[in-house]
Design a protein around this ligand. Structure first.
Ligand code: NAP
Length: 482
């Protein structure tokens, strides 16, 4: 890696779950791998008065927990020398003046302001950073999800932050885009000639993108009940994954070349209407059941969930892309809580052979890009079983652990390093976000105006029966049902 200039990384929400569980461990890994410049500082902020020593001790105990065998006492001690803690409340200008004083010890450094707080604080933070002169051209601001709860609120936040930071300084993070298999999908598609001729309607029958969890709403009922699976997962992560699968080859790997192509996909999505939402979108909510052999309560009985809540904990939908490449190929997206498995995968189902000399029921080829729990890319083919006249499905495997001896970095490592280097390719541009909200808005509208609630499903299953029916109407089934 080319050496990068010293920088200051500033974490708003430094005392929060994301910073302690993901962001600091990600930077620790990069420090361990020798990728951080020697005197780059990590400035962590919270609302409570504390000092660097107490904060670092807390961060260390969390890091030990999350880093597991990657934690090393001596490396941590060295890494911790980069960390400083300050009390900064989003609304208190005098706190920002103290922050500016600390940062201005190195007046010309690039600075990254990572807003790992609730989105309500994005505007006041941006405003106060500008008020103390911390929005200079070499400053970058990272915005965590959720960026609003609909098109209007997302526009408002973007307008407010945009008053103080240029679009080129704004990094809207979607950590699914930093996952190695997703990056590998881009490489597989655009660095090899093999796939390109097949990557189209003539050869692909359908695409399935699934991100499921076994956990329920946990302690986040207050947030989740107002948000639901559509806003929490579909509008951002699932649609972003869809753009990576479906985009045309960009003219270069430059940020705007890639993002222009992703935007075209979002704009080519066949609009949903409140009328056809009923046929194309399934919303579900879990009832009591058993997950991994353990009995769990239904959503309505989770602490903090308001009685009669209609919040969806499951969404499955059919998206269609109206381009020459994809017309007629359904893209099925699915996400939910309290499902049978924790899984994130993209399945590309190819068309069956036009005729078979080997008998009936021949399995069509598939490519499965798994993002979690394991990271792999597998191309399923049919091969003859040795010594028998039988065909069996086997796969060519790009198992990252087996194939490459290097550690596979966490998504946040890659994305944080991209921000430090000023590379926007894997961050969501404002117009992409707007297009994604526009596409999901009729779903929100239709649900809000419907007297029907979500369809219930038993915890520990794959969701409501209507989810399977969504595919069976096209003569298809979900990957795990095939
Ligand atoms: P969290 O644990 O609730 O932490 C929130 C942070 O915001 C705390 O550090 C808190 O400081 C700070 N904060 C609250 N009020 C503030 C104020 N007035 N001024 C300045 N800072 C303030 O939340 P989180 O889980 O870390 O998530 C942070 C953001 O990332 C959220 O928007 C969340 O949706 C998003 N996100 C989280 C995850 C995840 O895995 N956790 C994943 C994706 C996205 P105090 O500790 O001093 O109160």
């Amino acid at each position: 890696m080319n050496p990068i200039d010293a920088f200051d990384m500033v974490f708003f929400g430094g005392t929060g779950d994301l910073a302690l569980r993901k962001l600091l461990p990600a930077l620790y890994h990069q420090h361990q791998d020798g990728n951080l410049p020697k005197d780059g500082r990590i400035i962590c902020l919270g609302r409570s008065p504390s000092d660097t020593a107490s904060y670092t001790a807390k961060a260390q105990s969390k890091a030990k927990e999350f880093l597991g065998s990657h934690y090393n006492e001596a490396d941590w001690a060295q890494f911790a020398e980069r960390i400083e803690y300050f009390k900064v409340d989003a609304h208190t200008l005098s706190d920002f003046e103290i922050l500016a004083e600390a940062l201005n010890i190195y007046p010309n450094r690039s600075r990254v302001f990572y807003l790992s707080t609730a989105p309500d604080f994005f505007a006041p933070i941006a405003k106060n950073l500008a008020a103390v002169g911390l929005n200079k051209g070499n400053s970058r601001v990272v915005l965590e999800k959720p960026l609003g709860h609909d098109l209007e609120s997302s526009n408002k936040i973007n307008d407010e932050v945009g008053e103080y930071f240029q679009e080129q300084q704004i990094y809207r993070i979607d950590h699914y885009l930093g996952k190695e298999p997703v990056l590998n999908l881009i490489a597989l598609r655009f660095a090899n000639t093999l796939l390109e001729p097949l990557w189209r309607r003539e050869w692909i029958r359908d695409v399935q993108i699934t991100v499921t969890e076994q956990v329920g709403v946990e302690t986040r009922a207050d947030f989740y009940d107002k948000t639901g699976a559509l806003r929490d997962m579909v509008q951002n992560h699932l649609l972003q994954l869809l753009t990576i699968v479906a985009m045309e080859p960009p003219a270069s790997i430059d940020a705007d070349a890639v993002r222009d192509e992703k935007l075209k996909v979002l704009r080519a999505l066949k609009p949903l209407t409140p009328e056809n939402v009923h046929n194309k979108v399934v919303r579900g909510q879990y009832r009591a059941g058993a997950v991994g052999g353990k009995a769990v309560p239904g959503y309505q009985d989770e602490p903090g969930v308001p009685a009669g809540s209609k919040a969806e904990t499951f969404v499955a939908l059919k998206a269609e892309i109206e381009t020459w490449r994809w017309a007629g190929v359904p893209f099925f997206l699915r996400t939910g809580k309290r499902l049978q498995e924790r899984l994130a995968e993209i399945v590309i189902n190819f068309r069956a052979a036009p005729t078979s000399i080997f008998g009936k029921n021949m399995q069509a080829n598939r490519m499965v890009i798994q993002l979690q729990p394991d990271e792999s890319v597998r191309l399923y083919l049919l091969a003859k079983e040795p010594g028998r006249e039988r065909l069996r499905e086997v796969y060519l495997d790009l198992d990252f652990k087996e194939t490459f001896s290097t550690r596979s970095p966490e998504a946040y490592e890659r994305l944080l390093m991209d921000v430090i280097k000023g590379d926007l390719s894997l961050f969501v541009r404002r117009d992409e976000q707007r297009a994604a909200w526009r596409w999901v808005e009729p779903i929100i509208e239709s649900w809000e105006n419907s007297s029907e609630g979500p369809k219930t499903y038993t915890a520990g299953t794959w969701g409501p029966a209507a989810s399977s029916a969504l595919l069976s109407r096209d003569g298809l089934c979900w990957h795990e049902e095939s």
